[in-house]
Ligand binder design. Structure first.
Ligand code: SF4
Length: 470
């Protein structure tokens, strides 16, 4: 690999991870979705859409849209799953869902005006590939009739390798998709059996080779560490196997065992889960393993080959962050379609009904199925800009925030700047006279830096401390 493309990586030791890898939000939005309220409903959402349509000085109103389509169905359950999904083998259930999606798409087109430009489209789930080729073609036709997908738009879809063949990938390419994300999680057969998701390395390798031949611009592989039966040795093999496949991007997530909250996780034998110490070793080995094999650490849970646009954007300070994680696309309004989907329009976030009966019911009555959300306050918008600058550029220039938000940063964030001191002492950030700079080491723990500026989280902590005191 070209040495000039490779940034000097700090050594991420097990000790560092133990001390600094705190659990916290992934900040795909700020405020985070757990802060959404029922008081924000369909009326507020429609108003945000109308304001965008009128371009009434609304953030993002002139730029192209991003679209997210949620397909909730899966044929079988993965025991680690924490997603909003519907497990069924009855493929005919998709028909009713697509009818509802059609209504939701046209209601948006009515409010926004037909032919709005779209530069990014993502199908997630559940398993979007639960849909047949004809059903996927039907959704794409509805979207193309309502919106204008611009030339060069990023069209991505999550692929469950167990549900596709080379021929299906060819069909996805014909439909215009140019990016694929494969859910792999782990290649070890014992781990796959323990989580009820069995797919061979060979089948994924064949699909990835086909994706390249078919001209998909980018492939992503999702992995999870901390699963039952995983050991540092077995996971190191998975890291090596995935690196051999050379996906352009890799996302590596930690498994959180919360069986009280997520029913499928009750089928996981807690005794087979790796100890915390081993989980941290897996993360540290994965960071080193991907780095040694030429992958760049993008931030949070993401790695990319140095030539991938995400790695280029990181080097050039042009990264962005949205509900799908890191992105090269500038912030734009996100219209989210489907059950439980979360969107962002202007200075609002909105979420659709989480169950199919509620979702269908709203659309049958000709109403958009938004049930909760948030209209951001001035403070939320300011803190979102600060958190996204730290998460994406690793640098916060006080002047740029002061000019765009008309605040005195040092005075407004006096308490937060004080709270950064332990992170300065740990070598994660440098406080300059007019900026906060996240160090190379700090990138690996950037959510700890961002959390300092999360007003809602800080308020929770004060409440917790207070309730402990009394
Ligand atoms: S992990 Fe994905 S494929 Fe597995 S059950 Fe959950 S949503 Fe479906």
């Amino acid at each position: 690999m070209d040495a000039t493309l490779r940034p000097a990586s700090p050594v991420i030791t097990v000790e560092l991870l133990k001390r600094l890898d705190v659990p916290g939000p992934r900040y795909t939005s700020y405020p985070t979705a757990d802060r959404f309220v029922d008081a924000f409903g369909v009326d507020q959402y429609e108003q945000a859409l109308r304001q965008r349509a009128q371009g009434a000085g609304v953030v993002g109103s002139g730029s192209p849209l991003s679209l997210y389509v949620h397909i909730p169905f899966c044929e079988s359950v993965c025991y680690y799953c924490a997603c909003n999904k519907v497990i069924t083998r009855h493929h005919e259930r998709a028909g009713e869902y697509l009818d509802a999606l059609d209504v939701e798409i046209s209601l948006h087109a009515d409010l926004l005006g037909r032919g709005q430009r779209v530069s990014q489209l993502h199908f997630g789930g559940g398993s979007p590939t639960f849909l047949s080729d004809a059903e996927l073609a039907r959704v794409m036709a509805s979207l193309r009739a309502a919106f204008k997908l611009v030339d060069g738009a990023e069209l991505s879809i999550e692929v469950d390798p167990r549900t596709v063949t080379d021929a299906r990938l060819a069909r996805l390419r014909e439909l215009g998709f140019n990016r694929l994300s494969f859910g792999v999680q782990d290649f070890d057969p014992a781990v796959q059996q323990a989580v009820h998701r069995e797919q061979s390395y060979e089948s994924v390798a064949t699909l990835m080779a086909a994706a390249r031949t078919l001209g998909f611009e980018s492939t992503n592989v999702d992995l999870i560490y901390g699963l039952p039966k995983q050991t540092p040795e077995s996971f190191a093999r998975t890291v090596a196997q995935v690196s051999e496949l050379r996906p352009e991007r890799i996302a590596l997530y930690a498994y959180a065992h919360l069986p009280a909250r997520f029913k499928p996780q009750r089928r996981i034998d807690a005794a087979a889960l790796p100890a915390a110490e081993n989980k941290i070793r897996m993360l540290s080995q994965a960071i080193a393993g991907f780095g040694d094999r030429g992958y760049h650490y993008i931030g949070m849970d993401h790695f990319a080959l140095p030539t991938d646009p995400l790695a280029v954007a990181k080097r050039q300070g042009r990264l962005h962050r949205n509900f799908q994680g890191y992105s090269t696309q500038p912030d734009c309004d996100l219209v989210a379609l489907g059950v439980s989907a979360i969107g962002r329009v202007g200075v609002t976030y909105s979420q659709n009904a989480k169950t199919l009966p509620e979702y269908y019911d709203a659309l049958r009555q000709g109403r958009l199925p938004v049930v909760r959300g948030l209209a951001l306050s001035r403070d939320d918008v300011l803190r979102r800009a600060v958190i996204m600058a730290l998460m994406c550029q690793g640098r916060l220039e006080f002047e740029s925030i002061e000019l765009s938000h008309l605040v005195d940063v040092k005075r407004y964030f006096e308490a937060e700047l004080g709270q950064l001191q332990p992170l300065v002492d740990a070598g994660l950030v440098v406080l300059e006279p007019g900026a906060i700079q996240v160090t190379e080491l700090g990138w690996y723990f950037v959510r700890a830096v961002a959390m300092v500026f999360d007003r809602h989280l800080q308020a929770d902590r004060v409440r917790e401390r207070f309730s402990r005191i009394i």
